[in-house]
Write a protein that binds this ligand. Structure first.
Ligand SMILES: [Zn+2]
Ligand SMILES: [Zn+2]
Length: 338
């Protein structure tokens, strides 16, 4: 099979590799369509080191091509979306139901080979049967969608509440739609107005550029009170936490999904004085069925977010395109549609 193998920073080569048989409990998935995200980009540039050689890619949909001994969750021929993280299953966190927090978690496309290949090998428990009648194009983003489904659930958003989404990228535009599905009024806040037309089309009631003046003023204008009930942060920048604090009302809730690795300055006085609740949200663990249900129901539209498509042999261009100003989601077509 063909696979895009990363041998070092910015050194990705499409090579013919041997497909090994699936082990017990494993399946081989023929990759239909894969998404490229900021994590993949960071690994490609070398900012985030991995053990080389490595096949990247963790957002994908495809067909089960072969099943190892004891596989019962899926059958050969099934179309599946892949949950690309699996926990150890043995530690106290896993036993408590906190699989997403397991310290021995394995990330497909980072710790083990991923989906920028014609075939990917994963444990069967990573496979979620795809709803019939929903195209690969629409299901390709189930993984980032599951991330925001969890983040919105952690905020316990009620119908009619005012919510700000900080960040206008893939996660922000997906969060906006999940929030609309929950009956919230949504303000999208971003460093640039580039995605605002699309945000409006996808249901944003208002948009605001961070540099366009005080966020607390914009928050009061939008909410008609002291600020927003909820802020969902998807920007992943250190400043985003301060932005969230400026937007939220006293007694409001903030959920952080971005992963700023740098230290983040936070005015904790404003957290205490205003009794703001701040929660982290880490990937997902039971959110894949809900994510696919939202897509199947038309509550969330993923297709307008796919701005670029490349065949597997053009993987280097796909990585470069991720940083293009017009890029939201770059797709890699490995088998299907070629
Ligand atoms: Zn990703
Ligand atoms: Zn564990």
């Amino acid at each position: 099979m063909k696979a895009a193998v990363l041998h070092g920073p910015r050194d990705v080569r499409v090579e013919t590799t041997r497909v090994t048989e699936p082990g017990p409990g494993e399946v081989l998935v023929r990759v239909g369509m894969a998404g490229l995200c900021g994590t993949d980009y960071g690994i490609w540039t070398g900012d985030r080191p991995v053990a080389y050689p490595r096949v990247l890619g963790h957002e994908f949909v495809g067909h089960v091509e072969a099943a190892g001994a004891g596989v019962s969750r899926v059958r050969v021929g099934d179309r599946v979306a892949i949950e690309p993280n699996y926990s150890c299953g043995a530690c106290p966190l896993c036993h408590e139901g906190n699989r997403n927090l397991c310290l021995a978690r394995t990330a497909v496309g980072i710790d083990v080979d991923g989906c920028f290949a014609e075939v990917a090998r994963v444990p069967e428990r990573c496979c979620w049967p795809a709803p019939p009648g929903v195209a690969d194009d629409d299901l390709m983003m189930t993984e980032p969608l599951a991330v925001v489904v969890r983040a919105v659930a952690r905020a316990v958003v009620r119908p009619g509440e005012s919510v700000a989404v900080v960040g206008g990228g893939t996660l922000g535009l997906l969060a906006l739609q999940v929030l609309r599905g929950a009956g919230a009024r949504v303000l999208v806040v971003s460093r640039t107005s580039r995605r605002f037309a699309l945000a409006r089309e996808l249901g944003a009631a208002a948009t605001h550029v961070v540099a366009d003046g005080a966020l607390d003023v914009a928050a009061r204008a939008f909410s008609g009170r002291e600020g927003l009930d909820v802020v969902i942060e998807t920007a992943g920048s250190p400043e985003a936490v301060a932005h969230a604090l400026a937007l939220v009302r006293p007694g409001g809730r903030i959920v952080l999904t971005g992963l700023p690795h740098e230290p983040t300055p936070v005015a904790f006085f404003s957290v205490v004085r205003r009794e703001v609740s701040i929660a982290g949200s880490m990937i997902y663990q039971d959110e894949f069925p809900e994510a696919m249900r939202l897509v199947a129901a038309g509550t969330v539209r993923t297709r307008p977010l796919v701005t670029h498509r490349f065949g597997l042999e053009a993987i280097g261009e796909a990585f470069a395109a991720h940083r293009h100003p017009d890029a939201i989601k770059v797709a890699v077509l490995t088998t299907q549609g070629r």
